[in-house]
Design a binder for this molecule. Sequence first.
Ligand code: 4NP
Length: 175
Amino acid sequence: MHGRPQHHMAVLFVCLGNICRSPMAEGAFRAAVARHRIDCFIDSAGTAAYHIGNAPDPRAIATAAAHGIAIGDQVARQIEARDFQRFSHIIALDSANLAGINARRPRDSHAEVMLLLDWLDGHQGRGVPDPYHGNEADFLAAWQLISRATEAMASRLAYLASASASPFDYPPRSN
Ligand code: 4NP
């Protein structure tokens, strides 16, 4: 988790607690980049400090496991200043956390900060609803959005790598 990533791309997923949504995103994206054979450093963090050092929520672990992905070894941490230098992409799970990330962003950071669902057609600008106070169905709904978006992201990045375009140009901006 520490040290400077030696990869071309480094992606950090960020939610509030780093125990539900961003650990699922980290796990789903790890599986997607393996399928697409992309070289990428991957981690996740929270904007809040509540759960530092904790494993993911048991419901997140169970939901990922039901889809063949193990996330139980992850350890929650809070986003820190150097993440803005270490990561090429900082991906927020919802707009509140996007705002939290941007509020911490140093002026000299070149990281692309964006919403995860900006990668998923029809869901741009939207957040993945927080399942923490919900039930198993809410975790499944979050998983489904996260796995579709991380697959779209990996597929797009694999295409860009093969076309030797810069992944820093994506996703395409609407302005
Ligand atoms: P996450 O979910 O941001 O997806 O990890 C939450 C986890 C913990 C809390 C809120 C959301 N909390 O208030 O402790």
